[in-house]
Design a protein around this ligand. Structure first.
Ligand SMILES: Cc1cc2nc3c(=O)[nH]c(=O)nc-3n(C[C@H](O)[C@H](O)[C@H](O)COP(=O)(O)OP(=O)(O)OC[C@H]3O[C@@H](n4cnc5c(N)ncnc54)[C@H](O)[C@@H]3O)c2cc1C
Length: 265
């Protein structure tokens, strides 16, 4: 499955919510008054003023919740390094890994030799995962019920037929250790929630060409989705070169023009 980001939810009227907070900061308004008169034009003016001042804290009042699927564990590990966000990730204990899906990087896909080695190793890992899981689960079953006998497969089959709850508990316990051999390439799914300030930091770092291709694609899809619901708020979001000079110094990709074009600048 390819990378897919869905905007699951967001604070209602995100731009107006930020404008309310800004209005409170910069006027003598009472709380009862901060909603009144905030038409589209005034809301935009408040957002542009905040942007110009670099006053980002009012943007913390709005949150965006995304569903992300089809990414590798290598990518999700980078994503969860962003501490100013909340995450729920599919568990490798509760979801069996014996038929795991995996991501193949495009550069590996293009190289026949690398692709062959990659697929061979994944196939070995799949087999080993099942062997380890079944050996452990059968051991737990034998420890639990001394009357069970036969091969690992027979023991597990017997338990599955006689005591489904124990079978499922032992498989989950075995998954806990079998997952140690799963590769970074394994696909994963997450739900994450960012406030707009943290999102802008995320976009600055991860939409940049210096970021790894997979998380860059995730960040790009996230940005396109939030732009649809809060176009003024995210007007200048993206890598640093979208707002001016590249901030990467010697590490710059040297493709600022191309990147600006991608982000409509
Ligand atoms: C190209 C690239 C290469 C990278 N290489 C590596 C690498 O080799 N090794 C590695 O470990 N990581 C690496 N990272 C990850 C990077 O160091 C950050 O951990 C990650 O991008 C999260 O960014 P963040 O801290 O800004 O985000 P968040 O954790 O969401 O933090 C947001 C902001 O809050 C503030 N903040 C959060 N926590 C603290 C704190 N404890 N103290 C002070 N301020 C805080 C900071 O201003 C921070 O920018 C790399 C990232 C990129 C984009």
């Amino acid at each position: 499955m390819s990378i897919k980001v869905t905007l699951l939810n967001h604070t209602p009227n995100p731009e107006k919510t930020i404008a309310m907070a800004a209005k409170l900061c910069y006027s003598a308004s009472d709380i009862d008054d901060i909603k009144s008169g905030l038409d589209e034009e005034k809301t935009t003016a408040f957002l542009e003023m905040l942007n110009g001042l670099g006053h980002a804290s009012p943007t913390e009042h709005v949150c965006f919740t995304f569903g992300i699927e089809g990414i590798s564990r290598a990518c999700s590990h980078q994503l969860v390094r962003h501490r100013i966000a909340s995450y729920s990730q599919q568990s490798q204990r509760y979801v069996d890994g014996n038929k795991f899906e995996y991501v193949t990087p495009p550069e590996i896909e293009k190289n026949a030799k690398a692709h062959k080695a990659y697929d061979e190793l994944i196939s070995l890992q799949t087999k080993a995962y099942t062997q380890i899981r079944d050996a452990l689960a059968a051991q737990y079953a034998r420890d639990y019920d001394k009357t069970l006998s036969g091969t690992d497969e027979e023991v597990l089959e017997q338990l599955k037929n006689e005591n489904k709850a124990s079978y499922s508990a032992f498989i989950k316990k075995a998954n806990e250790d079998a997952r140690f051999i799963l590769p970074n390439a394994c696909t994963t799914k997450l739900v994450c929630t960012f406030n707009a300030r943290s999102l802008n930091n995320f976009f600055a770092i991860r939409c940049c060409n210096r970021a790894q291709w997979e998380i860059r694609e995730v960040a790009y899809q996230m940005l396109m989705l939030v732009k649809e619901v809060a176009p003024t708020l995210f007007k200048d979001s993206g890598p640093s070169c979208v707002r001016g000079a590249c901030a990467e110094g010697k590490m710059s990709c040297g493709k600022a023009q191309e990147v600006r074009k991608k982000y409509g600048k």
